[in-house]
Ligand binder design. Structure first.
Ligand SMILES: C[S@@+](CC[C@H](N)C(=O)[O-])C[C@H]1O[C@@H](n2cnc3c(N)ncnc32)[C@H](O)[C@@H]1O
Length: 201
């Protein structure tokens, strides 16, 4: 199975933009720019995995995980012991949790042995209220996050061990504890964006 086939099987009927709109409306935050929705593609996660070279037993986080695509593709494409997504909007979180259940029950059992120990989980709430200090590779699709939030993310990730890799989209980390290794344009679900790759010093 390829990541594209997995995408079509699990996410073919998932409407992330509508789920985000309904969830933001329920939360009374329809117009909050930091909650603007957008998705990655399987190809972009493949590129992120090539660039960050995950090692067996490492932990992946997506901070603001939407319908859960990056988390499930990371678990499919790399030997993480756990891939975790954290999402504030309940409808998006619930959709990701449903896709994780389908991945575990319908797809993972058919994959080779090395895929079996890889855990996928989703947490509902703000990324700033969850401990992520065991992470080795982080992704945050932060194009619409504001400057204060980017600073807060940088401070949060300073709690991680040296060597931790962080991928951001469009906006960069401001923390001096992170070294920018590489940045490059890549096509995401909504258009071309710059992916930035950092390493915790
Ligand atoms: C651009 S979307 C990215 C979705 C997914 N990571 C992807 O790339 O396919 C950013 C997500 O971050 C979520 N978000 C914004 N602020 C958040 C916070 N404080 N904690 C958790 N999620 C948040 C939004 O609701 C939105 O779903």
């Amino acid at each position: 199975m390829t990541a594209t086939e997995l995408h079509d099987l699990l996410f073919g009927n998932v409407q992330g933009y509508s789920l985000s709109a309904s969830g933001r409306s329920k939360a009374g935050r329809e117009a909050d720019p930091v909650l603007t929705y957008g998705e990655i593609t399987p190809e972009s996660v493949q590129y992120m995995m090539e660039m960050t070279n995950p090692q067996p037993g490492e932990v992946f986080y997506d901070l603001g995980s939407g319908t859960g695509k990056a988390v499930i593709f990371a678990a499919f494409l790399a030997p993480f012991k756990r891939a975790t997504g954290i999402e504030l909007i309940e409808d998006l979180y619930q959709s990701a949790a449903d896709s994780a259940h389908r991945y575990k029950t319908e797809i993972q059992p058919q994959l080779p042995l090395e895929y079996q120990g890889r855990e996928v989980d989703f947490r509902h709430g703000s990324m700033f209220d969850h401990d992520t200090s065991d992470g080795d590779v982080f992704f945050t699709h932060c194009t619409c996050f504001d400057d204060a939030m980017m600073e807060q993310i940088g401070r949060k990730l300073e709690a991680c061990k040296p060597g931790t890799r962080v991928i951001t989209v469009t906006k960069g980390l401001t923390s001096p504890e992170f070294e920018l290794l590489h940045s490059a344009p890549f096509r995401l679900g909504w258009g071309e964006a710059t992916l930035c790759f950092y390493r915790r010093k």
